[in-house]
Design a protein around this ligand. Structure first.
Ligand SMILES: [Zn+2]
Ligand SMILES: [Zn+2]
Length: 405
């Protein structure tokens, strides 16, 4: 920018300032505001290197009274401020209606089998009575007198180092940024001038097979409406309920099956479990194999359907829990016969310790011991390293997304 240009700005400003000075515009109630707005804009312009707006539109571009470049004055001001200072302000325009997120609880069965749900939702809809004008009959809203129809008002604020003032802009309080207002009796009866009404509508959502936990089903355009803007979206956020027998880990499932001592020793050939779709799952254990407590087997292709590829499935991991026979059963048994069938008992300890004390047999609850120990805060004595480790790291590690909570 040349010296000539700067001189031009000064000259143009002085001319405009004279023109808009409130003393010379006694009949214009907004003259004072216009003058201040222009003065503040000039101050900024004069102080910065961003004079593009002046170069392009002249001083008129800085005042709402001018008609520079055929642009809408409001846009011009907003553009000037935005270009010069990167302020994100201007007439407030919502790109579309509000988006709505609805948490939706699903069972593991729903996610395994798929499900279509119909539900009633409330949303904001453009008022049908006034077609979104907010006005009754042929009433027309009048420009808001507070902001002169702009929807915003200016304010000045000191810069950070307080050496000068900057012009800012805020939404008009009286018309909430609309730039126009209706008298009470001119307002639409149905929406009371709000242009929108709350409406119930029925939505159908499709829970697809294999959708992960926290999956978002988005219904585009099903959300809130606003006059002159595209409607918002409704998002259903899936939350999987805890299942009483299956745990989902990604596309795999984990479950527990209890087998008897006989099955552990002699094998099984039976329906082990009922699956999420009601099918019985029959498994035959290999002959000659003893099953130890908590042995795990994998049933290939019996996990969750893979989302978008429902013909493919993950695996089902079955943890085999061992159920020992009851005392009542033992009463019916010839113990000598049983002993002769079972492997031998443990031998007496050798070499025998010098001192052997006889201590009474009493059942205990080790879990209770641990929990009362932790509650009492007597850390360290039993050196419970595992729980210490979990406490430290547990907060940072997020739960895997697909794991039921
Ligand atoms: Zn209405
Ligand atoms: Zn207003």
């Amino acid at each position: 920018m040349s010296c000539g240009k700067i001189y031009d700005i000064k000259k143009a400003y002085k001319k405009k300032a004279k023109e808009h000075h409130p003393d010379k515009n006694i009949n214009d109630p907004d003259a004072g505001e216009k003058f201040q707005e222009m003065a503040a804009a000039y101050e900024i312009l004069n102080d910065t290197n961003s004079r593009e707006v002046y170069d392009r539109y002249g001083i008129d571009g800085l005042t709402k009274g001018g008609g520079g470049g055929g642009m809408d004055d409001n846009d011009m001001f907003a553009q000037f401020m935005a270009q010069s200072f990167g302020f994100g302000f201007g007439p407030e325009r919502r790109p579309k209606g509000n988006d709505t997120t609805v948490p939706y609880e699903v069972t593991l069965e729903d996610l395994y089998n798929g499900k279509t749900v119909k539900m009633n939702l409330e949303k904001e809809a453009v008022c049908g009575t006034c077609q979104g004008s907010g006005a009754r009959g042929n009433s027309k809203p009048k420009p808001c007198s507070t902001c002169d129809g702009k929807g915003w008002t200016t304010f000045t604020a000191a810069t950070a180092n307080r050496d000068r003032m900057q012009v800012g802009r805020g939404q008009c309080r009286d018309c909430k940024g609309a730039g126009e207002r209706l008298k009470e009796k001119e307002k639409c009866k149905k929406c009371k001038g709000e242009k929108i009404v709350t409406e119930k509508n029925r939505q159908e959502i499709h829970v697809e097979r294999g959708m992960p936990d926290r999956y978002r089903i988005v219904l585009h355009g099903a959300g809130d409406q606003r006059p002159g803007a595209p409607p918002g979206d409704v998002t259903f956020l899936l939350k999987t309920q805890k299942h009483e027998s299956f745990e989902r880990i990604g596309d795999d499932l984990v479950t527990h099956v209890t087998i008897t001592l006989s099955e552990a020793l002699l094998g099984f050939d039976r329906i082990l479990l009922t699956h999420l779709d009601g099918r019985g799952i029959k498994v035959t254990s290999p002959p000659g194999k003893i099953i130890k407590p908590h042995d795990t087997i994998i049933l290939r292709g019996e996990g969750m359907p893979i989302h978008k590829r429902p013909d493919e499935k993950g695996d089902l991991h079955v943890i085999l829990d061992l159920e020992m026979p009851s005392n009542d059963w033992l009463k019916t048994i010839d113990r000598r016969v049983l002993e002769s069938l079972l492997p031998p008992k443990k031998k007496v300890l050798e070499p025998l310790p010098d001192i052997v004390d006889e201590v009474p047999y009493e059942e205990s609850d080790i879990g209770e011991l641990r929990s009362s120990f932790l509650d009492g805060g007597l850390d360290g004595q039993f050196g419970d390293d595992d729980s210490d480790w979990e406490d430290e790291d547990g907060e940072d590690i997020e739960q895997p997304e697909c794991r039921p909570q």
